[in-house]
Design a binder for this molecule. Structure first.
Ligand SMILES: Nc1ncnc2c1ncn2[C@@H]1O[C@H](COP(=O)(O)OP(=O)(O)O)[C@@H](O)[C@H]1O
Ligand SMILES: C[C@@](O)(CCOP(=O)(O)O)CC(=O)O
Ligand SMILES: [Mg+2]
Length: 360
């Protein structure tokens, strides 16, 4: 029996980093997915295979030696890819905790850029947990279902396991990324509690990938260190970010009665993004490449902010409804002339899904 699970990436509209310290964030799923397919092998095969298509690494572990491998894993990573080792630790931990030592082949592939602020780590953990739980004994799913189906009662359990995986990759995740990847839509997240936000606004964002690699774990740790050096100032900044998240929710939930009202709301969101970015700069998570994007989009009177952990990664630019395709094309051309990569994605779609392959 083979199962494939897919889980979406996300954008954080407001509140990254502050959410790690108990303040509210607003996040939305995007329609770019990480897929994990899991095929159990016969008991006498005695191996667990992991194929990480996005980073071009394959592993094959003898089950009898898997504990030994767990303690020597880093030695098997090429020096240039050592930062990716935590994803393999998370795999082995989730696999053995949920499925035990059953032989299997697991293939991972993603449409998301890795380590760029779009929540690839959470999508990886959610898709992996969903595939593993789908073939584990305590979860009763109707395996005769055809095509993709959305998780229902099982979603909570998938989310819990994915959070444990995120802890291995991130150190101190807030839980917002795995929650929005599991449940989809637009959510508000604060101190581990998720509220679904029914947005009444058509939200268009240009996503620009600086292609500057960074590591969420290190950035989150730097913010915590700054907070312990300047507790009073940092609390004020983080509370200001929370106020921005709250206002985001109020605006996108409000009903714009006409086009004038809609563009006034879009203008307010743009201002909130600018303020959020300024505060993120003040806590030390911006980057020269991000500042270049901000200056460029400002020339087009468009507001931008980093999304995710920052330090490089992706930047969001709000595209209000009045902005024409020609203007967007010109902006994209200018941004891409710096070597950045621009794209758009559907915002607020479904969360994790599963599909059983009946042919195997
Ligand atoms: N498709 C994937 N294949 C292998 N590892 C992955 C994959 N997606 C995510 N990861 C793991 O997640 C890490 C990136 O997570 P992180 O630094 O939080 O960035 P982000 O979540 O913004 O993409 C990678 O270094 C790797 O360990
Ligand atoms: C910085 C943070 O708020 C978001 C990190 O997102 P990403 O891993 O950069 O996609 C951390 C967290 O909420 O766990
Ligand atoms: Mg991450």
């Amino acid at each position: 029996m083979e199962v494939t699970a897919r889980a979406p990436g996300k954008i954080i509209l407001a509140g990254e980093h502050a959410v790690v310290h108990g303040c509210a964030a607003v996040a939305s799923s995007i329609d770019l997915y990480t897929s994990v397919s899991l095929r159990l092998r016969s008991e006498d095969e005695d191996t667990i295979k992991l194929l990480l298509n996005d980073i071009g690494l394959d592993f094959s572990w003898s089950i009898r030696r898997i504990k030994e491998v767990l303690s020597h894993l880093e030695q098997r990573f090429p020096e240039s890819k050592i930062g990716l080792a935590s994803g393999v630790y998370a795999f082995l931990w989730l696999y053995t905790s949920i499925l035990g030592f059953k032989p299997a082949t697991v293939v991972v592939s993603s449409e998301l850029p890795l380590g760029a602020g779009l929540g690839s780590s959470a999508a990886y953990c959610v898709a992996l947990s969903a595939a593993l739980l789908a073939l584990s004994a305590p979860v009763e799913l109707d395996k005769s279902q055809k095509g993709w189906f959305t998780l229902k009662a099982e979603a909570e359990l998938v989310n819990k396991w994915a959070f444990e995986g995120e802890k291995i990759i991130h150190g101190r995740p807030s839980g917002v990324d795995n929650s929005v990847s599991t449940f989809g839509n637009v959510i508000k997240f604060k101190s581990g509690v998720m509220t679904r936000i029914d947005s009444n606004m058509p939200l268009r964002m240009l996503i620009t990938n600086t292609k500057v690699g960074r590591d969420t774990k290190a950035l989150v740790a730097n913010v915590s260190a700054r907070k312990s050096r300047h507790p009073g100032v940092m609390c004020s900044v983080l509370n200001a970010i929370e106020a921005i998240s709250d206002e985001w929710c109020t605006i996108i939930q409000s009903n714009a009665v006409d086009d004038l009202c809609l563009s006034a709301n879009e203008e307010k969101l743009g201002e909130l993004m600018e303020m959020n970015q300024g505060l993120l700069f003040s806590i030390g998570v911006s980057h020269a490449s991000i500042e270049t994007i901000l200056q460029t989009t400002m020339k087009y009177k468009l507001a931008s902010k980093l999304t995710g952990a920052g330090g490089g990664g992706c930047v969001l630019t709000l595209l209000p409804t009045h902005v024409s395709g020609a203007v967007i094309d010109k902006l994209v051309e200018e941004l891409e002339s710096f070597g950045f990569q621009c794209f758009t994605a559907g915002i607020g779609g479904k969360g994790a899904q599963i599909s059983f392959d009946h042919s195997s």
